[in-house]
Design a protein around this ligand. Structure first.
Ligand SMILES: Nc1ncnc2c1ncn2[C@@H]1O[C@H](COP(=O)(O)OP(=O)(O)OP(=O)(O)O)[C@@H](O)[C@H]1O
Length: 365
């Protein structure tokens, strides 16, 4: 068992609060990504879990036991940083065996563990090479392998792929997930790259300005962001958020998005949520892949194409209507031209509304 509980965590550096308040449960054997923009407090959180920093207040519990005062070396966590810490005077095999030797394990056991990690991380061809001669990609793979070899029940990785090239990063995303399944560790993974978080994590903890914004499965946080920060931060491009005002006509609610026009009638559960919240000024949220072309004369927003960004078979259309902006992502947009006016309607069930004042999502009722 290796569940982690961060309880009422706060961290100040002098007068600056890097973590304002944080409560987070990381389940045993879970792959949890800490995701957020630079400076939001991800590494500080990770360092507190590792024992490299102590919290200003609050507690860190491993399986219900308070480890807040336990020194790093006694916490039994593996840690891999952005900058690989490898002994360059040793071979790959010696690096992989290092932690196991320190634990004075029998040679046969060390050999077995090294062979397993080398196979999982595809380090077999390099085993007898000096680490000093390895490429950056392989060095980082070795850094991960060296920490994994001792099979810590908690494995912390802080931006481990940010220095490796894009193709290798894609390979490592799969390998890391595989490694975690194979070893059954609780893995906490710090990244500002949503693709890494979305592809590997069981759950994502989204942070901003030292505060936890939302925790959930990748699909849940993507589909149901709790506020406008999460809505914008996840997705490439992020969710469209078009300023609007709720209007009621014949007992039906829709959103008037000013120069972009009026949305269709809101579905009953969302309309009930708007009524319950008493929301008036809102952000009309729709993912760029959830805006479809609508028939002329029908309901929907009308916006003009200002830029067509082609990415292979897909394109991102940049749209505007007065001071309102939006983007669509779709395939087969070859015929669309800059300057064209498009009528757009959201895919059924995909509209999200956020209170304009607080930025919080308006939930269905
Ligand atoms: N030892 C320190 N002394 C003073 N300020 C610090 C210290 N460590 C971190 N900070 C500040 O705390 C804030 C959070 O830093 P942290 O490294 O946790 O952010 P992050 O989300 O991991 O971002 P990045 O990806 O850029 O490292 C930043 O503003 C940083 O400058």
């Amino acid at each position: 068992m290796a569940a982690i509980h961060l309880e009422n965590l706060v961290k100040h550096f002098g007068g600056f609060s890097a973590i304002k308040q944080m409560d987070l449960e990381i389940r045993d054997k879970e792959f949890m990504a800490l995701l957020g923009p630079s400076g939001c407090g991800k590494s500080t959180t990770m360092n507190i879990i590792a024992g490299m920093e102590s919290p200003s207040s609050g507690r860190v519990l491993f399986d219900g036991v308070d480890v807040s005062q336990t020194p790093m070396g006694k916490r039994g966590v593996g840690f891999v940083f952005q900058n690989y810490a490898i002994f360059t005077h040793m071979t790959v095999r010696q690096n992989l065996a290092y932690g196991l030797k320190m634990r004075r394990l029998p040679k046969a056991e060390i050999d077995k563990a090294v062979a397993k990690v080398a196979q999982l991380l595809q380090l077999e061809p390099y085993l007898d090479r000096p680490a000093a001669k390895l490429s950056v990609n392989i060095l980082q793979r070795l850094a991960i392998g060296r920490s994994a070899a001792v099979n810590p029940s908690i494995f912390l990785l802080d931006e481990p792929l940010s220095n490796v090239d894009a193709a290798f990063r894609a390979v490592m995303r799969t390998e890391l997930k595989h490694l975690q399944r194979e070893f059954g560790q609780t893995m906490v993974y710090v990244t500002h790259d949503q693709l890494e978080a979305m592809t590997m994590a069981d759950r994502i903890a989204v942070m901003d300005h030292g505060l936890l914004q939302q925790v959930g499965s990748p699909l849940d946080v993507y589909n149901n962001p709790c506020n406008t920060f999460v809505a914008r931060f996840l997705g490439a491009p992020g969710m469209n958020l078009i300023a609007g005002a709720v209007v009621e006509e014949n007992g039906k609610l829709s959103v008037d998005c000013g120069p972009a026009g009026r949305s269709g009638t809101l579905a009953a559960p969302l309309a009930a949520g708007v009524r319950k919240a008493g929301a008036k000024d809102v952000h009309f949220g729709i993912r760029p892949e959830d805006l479809e072309f609508a028939a002329e004369g029908g309901a929907g927003l009308v916006m003009q194409v200002v830029f067509v960004e082609r990415i292979g078979p897909r394109a991102i259309l940049h749209l505007t209507a007065g001071d309102r902006n939006a983007k669509i992502v779709a395939e087969n947009l070859a015929a669309v031209k800059t300057g064209e006016r498009l009528r757009l309607s959201p895919r059924a069930g995909r509209i999200r509304l956020f209170d304009a004042g607080s930025g919080r999502a308006i939930l269905e009722a």
